[in-house]
Design a protein around this ligand. Structure first.
Ligand code: ZN
Length: 242
């Protein structure tokens, strides 16, 4: 099966629309989302509706859990907390209902799906090889997909040590042997220095993972954030991709 994997949409509609256009050209069998549909950006209802319509499987992220009231907003840093409070106030009942039905972990087609990490699906940022090694050792599935850090990267072990690499666009990884943690990067707020929206094409017949990046209208997304009077830095960071 060929699957388009998206994560961390964060209410950024121009980014999500651009990614979905690119995914449409790739014509995958399914679309999976690793969570954080909302938070930070200014279009929570439209993004949630689009994700709901296009995905066969979708997780909840920490921002979704805060907005639906399952996590205390005080766990969030100032700007994230402000955006979460704003989101909880403005979303409609359909968004609320959809988010309420999502879990931060799951499995599909034999692939483990975790918003953050296999051992802590809600909070852990897997960015170091030592962390990844511990996750890989404990994970039940051979291949796991994670989001949360908004950094396109992968970690791998063949039983003798663990390697981790950033994954610039065009990277195609053969994941047919050993254990893997694969992060597609973020759609709505990339943090690896590349402001373009990220997604991943996973092939579970050939076991390959192909990293994609798409230009989108950053000015439109940032403008909506400013117009909603959300914290200014949430708009500014989109231009830099960090
Ligand atoms: Zn996120």
């Amino acid at each position: 099966m060929r699957i388009a994997v998206i994560s961390d949409v964060h209410s950024n509609l121009p980014a999500l629309e651009a990614v979905m256009e690119d995914i449409g050209r790739a014509d995958p069998d399914e679309v999976w989302c690793l969570g954080d549909l909302v938070g930070y950006g200014a279009d929570p209802d439209a993004c949630t509706a689009l994700v709901r319509d296009v995905t066969e499987y979708c997780l909840a992220g920490n921002h979704d859990l805060v907005v639906r009231g399952d996590i205390d907003v005080d766990y969030f840093a100032a700007a994230a907390g402000e955006a979460a409070r704003w989101t909880a106030k403005v979303i409609g009942p359909e968004t609320r209902d959809y988010l309420a039905g999502l879990s931060p972990l799951g499995e599909r087609d034999g692939v483990g799906l975790y918003h953050a990490s296999p051992r802590d699906p809600v909070w852990e940022y897997v960015l170091s090889v030592s962390q990844a090694a511990e996750c890989l050792e404990g994970q039940r599935q051979r291949v796991c997909l994670i989001g949360h850090s908004h950094v396109a990267c992968y970690f791998h072990t063949n039983g003798e040590g663990t390697v981790g690499e950033p994954a610039p666009p065009g990277t195609e990884v053969d994941i047919s042997s050993g254990k893997w943690l694969v992060n597609p990067g973020g759609v709505g707020q990339p943090r690896d220095g590349d402001p373009r929206a990220a997604w991943l094409l996973l092939d579970t017949d050939r076991w390959t993972a192909e990293y994609k990046r798409v230009e989108y209208d950053v000015e439109r997304a940032a403008g909506s954030i400013r117009a909603a009077k959300l914290p200014r830095q949430l708009a500014d960071r989109l231009y830099e991709g960090h």
